[in-house]
Design a protein around this ligand. Structure first.
Ligand code: NDP
Ligand code: MG
Length: 383
């Protein structure tokens, strides 16, 4: 029996994870759940899974959750700082980080310090502070198991292999809803168009990131830290069908790919069950439905975010933290229809120019960089 804490249980990844857990009551028990604003769903989840603790980070929802769970054994806490309690709760074996954004950083640190294994969906945490997180995990002998489908694919390809035999990896990208479009087209695309992902149903932020290719940029950085690679060992290949979830090329020239239908249930299922595989009833792949699988070069000229992410990773230091914070601000502004699609990259590039570079950042430097960048980017999107 694995005892699990889910940070972000009301989101796309969080709810799919709870479906997997509900289908396997003999394998998993929920000890803690956290949500931000969706108090109604959090209450429903708490009544069903009976955790020891729930955290609602939006303070204004605390009273409602507290009252609804008053007759139960579930403790209710409010506020962002309480996420660390859910992450480090005694008895928890595995923390699924399914929060969106760099707000996941501090609770992930708390979970690792408490010796909990991490099923990591919250890629922003590794983008912001991958060096610190991976070093901390090593020091505490904590496993970081990727949930992101591409990284889960690489992770699965590496079972039984040694990282030193990796020549390079290819992260596949669907290309999003605007694959093949030019800058003229992108200038006037709407939020509704950007939110229509061809293959995956996900939360709003990552869906916009997929449309702008920033998601792939963040994933390149995530892969560097998860698999201890040099930047030049990480390539991106556009694969519109999203069946090949990613590939590893080894030093003897052999390649391994992991495949399956584009369904987040699969990598979630694997991360929770790791190192085992357990049976699922998910729909199976049928070759006759996919007579062709295609692969293309990514268009980094039109989709500048991918190039910006590579540049940030090459510069190192707090540069990935800067692009992540700037990106969170511009995606929010785009979702509120305050800026256009192409302006997102302009603001991110301006932040990379303007925010003070720190070569070897501490956790505090990262938190400060995150805060300053948000302020600076916030000014740019309101001007
Ligand atoms: P969602 O937007 O669907 O869910 C986000 C979760 O985080 C919700 O539970 C939300 O609470 C909570 N949350 C939002 N803001 C805060 C905050 N300020 N403080 C604390 N909690 C907060 O996101 P996804 O599930 O799509 O994505 C989660 C993470 O997983 C992201 O990092 C994403 O990049 C990654 N990921 C997602 C994939 C997917 O298929 N969705 C695929 C691969 C990676 P509430 O809803 O109650 O407000
Ligand atoms: Mg992904």
């Amino acid at each position: 029996m694995k005892n699990i804490s889910i940070l972000g249980s009301t989101g796309s990844v969080g709810t799919q994870a709870l479906n997997v857990i509900e289908a396997n009551p003999d394998l998993y028990r929920i000890l803690a759940l956290t949500a931000h604003s969706n108090s109604n769903l959090l209450i429903e989840q708490a009544l069903k899974f009976k955790p020891l603790l729930v955290v609602v980070t939006d303070d204004s929802k605390y009273q409602q959750v507290k009252t609804a769970l008053s007759g139960t054994n579930t403790k209710v806490l409010a506020g962002e700082a309480s996420l660390c309690e859910a992450a480090s709760l005694e008895g928890v074996d595995l923390v699924l980080t399914a929060i969106v954004g760099s707000v996941g950083l501090s609770p992930t640190v708390a979970a690792i310090q408490a010796g909990k294994d991490i099923a990591l969906a919250n890629k922003e945490t590794l983008v912001v502070a991958g060096d610190l997180i991976t070093a901390l995990a090593k020091a505490h002998n904590v496993k970081i198991i990727p949930v992101d489908s591409e990284h889960s694919a690489i992770f699965q390809c590496l079972v039984g292999e040694s990282n030193s035999s990796i020549e390079k990896i290819y992260l596949t990208a669907s290309g999003g809803p605007f694959r093949g479009k030019d800058a003229d087209f992108l200038r006037s695309v709407t939020k509704a168009q950007a939110l229509k992902h061809p293959n995956w149903v996900m939360g709003a932020k990552i869906t916009i990131d997929s449309a702008s290719l920033m998601n792939k940029g963040l994933e390149v950085i995530e892969a560097k830290w998860l698999f201890d690679l040099e930047v030049d060992q990480i390539d991106v290949i556009v694969h519109p069908q999203s069946i090949v979830h990613s590939l590893v090329q080894f030093n003897d020239g052999s390649m391994k790919a992991q495949m399956g239908l584009p369904d987040m249930n699969l990598p979630i299922h694997y991360a929770l069950a790791y190192p085992d595989r357990i049976h699922s009833d998910f729909k199976r792949f049928n070759f006759m439905d996919y007579p062709e699988l295609n692969f293309y070069k990514a268009d980094q000229k039109t989709f500048r975010n991918l190039e910006l992410a590579y540049t940030a990773l090459r510069r190192g230091g707090n540069m990935p933290c800067i692009i992540n914070a700037a990106n969170e601000v511009v995606v929010e502004a785009f979702l509120q229809e305050r800026i256009g699609f192409l302006q997102m990259s302009d603001v991110i590039a301006a932040c990379m120019e303007e925010i003070a570079f720190v070569e070897k950042p501490s956790l505090n430097n990262y938190l400060e960089t995150d805060r300053y960048t948000r302020i600076f980017a916030g000014q740019l999107v309101t001007n």
